[in-house]
Design a protein around this ligand. Sequence first.
Ligand code: HEM
Length: 422
Amino acid sequence: MHEPHSALGVDEIDLSNMDFWRRPYAEREGVFRTLRAERPISHYNEPVFEGSSIEMPAGKGYYALTRYADIAEASRRPEVFLSGPGAVSLLDLPTEMVEYFSGMISTDNPKHARLRRIVSNAFNPRTVRAVEDSIERVADEIITQAREHGTGDFIVDIAAPFPLEIICSMMGVPPSEYPTVLKCSNIILSNGDPEFIPEGTDPILAFLEAGATLTGIMEELGKHRIDQPIDDITSALVNAEIESEKLTQQELASFFVLLVTAGNETTRTAIAHALHVFGEYPDQQRRLVEDYEGLAKTSTDEIVRWASPVIWMRRTLASDYTLSGFELKAGDKVVLFYNSANRDEDAFVDPYVFDVGRTPNDHYGFGAPGPHFCLGAHLARREITVMWRELLSRAPTIHPTGPPDQLASSFVNGIKHLNYSF
Ligand code: HEM
């Protein structure tokens, strides 16, 4: 993709219009390029949730931050740019729903610091190294099975089951529950995409039910692990020596919902976009085949920058604040468009070029530096590295055989289906 251009003038752009998010990637890139250049902080009304009879409270809209530098500044000031009030979603969620669905990602200090301290050991580089064998084993099993057919849907066969099996096995979820967990995570992040919502069901009700199902699985498991701890993360989280360093049943359940949603769709999306972009840049695929070990680190980060699986996160202003000369007021919502930061011409040389050796590459795919920086970044990087190392060593000519079927979502840059051949 080279220097995309927007067909829309800056006044015609509406980031809350779902039709925009169904447009091809290059058109979307063009719009963000125009915004960064002409109106880097712009206001939109909140989106209307299509197809639901349940009314969500209408708010006063949000400001979209599209430049790397502005997103960096907002992330460095978490005491002004809060994650708690109303959640990190565009629409304000009722408090009980925030607790239930998003846990620590939608909290601020002091609560956030306590939760993050408790769970951070479970995902630090040492722990991730300890599960390296299991990451390799799961990758091997999935690829072996897929190769029996030689062709198929890359998302269904490879990208979706891989992170799901890893996170579920780290948490100790029994394999019999994997299909249910996958179904629920698809519903929660589907943004109402009819492919994932059971026919005749209200999308918001489907979303709530999926959350309740995941919570139920984890509550059951948590109770079990208090009595019979084993070597898994769940046992560690519910059996800490110090009372304040344990998660309550409810915190454990919300953490699981967060892990399943934050850890699955995102990693799947990154792995899937890699196949799509290799189709567009076969020379970069060849470079990797020739020297995977030399390029493993830089290519993994370039895949995350390119894919920008999480398009945005929201913050709410605790007090009035002037950002790049723009006056924001207490209570205003701002949305940090990480996808746009990742193509900012002021932060990256040739941002529209996919380069597996890109250095430096301080992308915001995992969020910008700050307290909410992705907890699972080490794990996600390992998963992407191992999966593509295995794929390219066993099937160096793997390629897409059609265009990606995009998820209709402004939030996750998802791919629903992508046909491929070994
Ligand atoms: C390529 C894969 C991934 C991407 C692109 C990604 C992206 C992100 C982003 C952008 C944030 C920042 C949220 C904010 O700004 O408020 C975040 C937070 C988070 N991610 Fe990831 N993530 C990925 C994989 C994972 C995995 C594998 C896990 C779980 C093991 C995970 C767990 C979390 C959690 C728990 C948070 C919340 C951290 C906090 O609020 O302190 N993520 N992720």
